[in-house]
Design a protein around this ligand. Structure first.
Ligand code: ADP
Ligand code: MG
Ligand code: MG
Length: 248
């Protein structure tokens, strides 16, 4: 199985240091939840791993199966098996969902999937997520509802089968039914035991459906506490106040 290793990662936006030494290892078969208050740097971690140009790595290392992820282009990161679902997906006019997904699968595998097989896999994935068939022909992210965006993220997981998936606020803005469908999708995805999941969230609600093996609390750009699923229960009861005070 694969391993994502983050060593003493420091990240700045402009001259402002946002991540201040993050250490984390995610192995295949494990689900890690990163939880923390707004503004603590959770999305910055996802963007930095993704290679977003706004986020400058000032020191530290990120390795996927021993290979230096930070030296890779965004495409190479995907091909190495990394999947990142972003908190705010971009609209791409003129590119359909179906085309986007086929291109993504192609860039991940290094060769285009056969059209007929791809169409079949796409339909299976969409059915499993209760996505209407017409969705495949819509323009990417254009006018997507919150629920459609999130279902689309999980559809990508099912088709791309990455080694490590980083999901940022996959639960935000979902009603209970959509949350259940999305959670079931994540659970199907991780049930192979061959993929690691890094689930970034502000709320504990999704963790009732997607049980993490490890919970990490983020505050002011670093992990300030770690534990098992019971830590999420404690956060639900007590909130983040204790951590924001301690790290301010
Ligand atoms: P979280 O996801 O935990 O809510 P973020 O990573 O979005 O936190 O933000 C952490 C801090 O970094 C915040 O103070 C935010 O304003 C700042 N920040 C993040 N991204 C940018 C950016 N692109 N430009 C300026 N500031 C940013
Ligand atoms: Mg935020
Ligand atoms: Mg965020």
């Amino acid at each position: 199985g694969s391993t994502l290793e983050i060593h003493d990662l420091h990240v700045a936006v402009g001259d402002k240091e946002i991540l201040r030494g993050v250490n984390l290892t995610v192995k295949a078969g494990e689900t890690h939840a990163i939880m923390g208050p707004n503004g603590s740097g959770k999305s910055t971690l996802a963007y930095a791993i993704a290679g977003h140009p706004k986020y400058t790595i000032t020191s530290g290392r990120v390795l996927l199966d021993g290979a230096d992820l930070l030296e890779m282009t965004v495409d190479e990161r995907a091909r190495a098996g990394l999947f990142l679902a972003m908190q705010y997906p971009v609209e791409v006019p003129g590119v359909s969902v179906s085309n986007f997904l086929r291109t993504a699968v192609t860039s991940m595998r290094g060769e285009a999937p056969k059209l007929r097989q791809f169409a079949k896999d796409l339909k299976t994935g969409m059915d499993a997520l209760s996505i209407d068939a017409a969705f495949a022909q819509r323009n990417l992210n254009e006018g997507f509802s919150g629920g459609e965006k999130k279902r689309h993220e999980i559809l990508q997981l099912e088709l791309l089968k990455p080694k490590i998936a980083v999901l940022d606020e996959t639960d935000s803005g979902l009603d209970v039914d959509a949350l259940r469908v999305v959670s079931e999708g994540i659970n199907r995805f991780r049930s192979s035991g061959e993929t690691g999941v890094l689930l970034i969230t502000h709320y504990t609600r999704i963790l009732r459906y997607v049980k993490p093996d490890f919970v990490h609390v983020f505050a002011a750009g670093r992990i300030v506490e770690q534990g098992g699923p019971e830590l999420a229960d404690k956060l639900e009861a007590e909130g983040y106040e204790a951590y924001t005070k301690a790290s301010a």
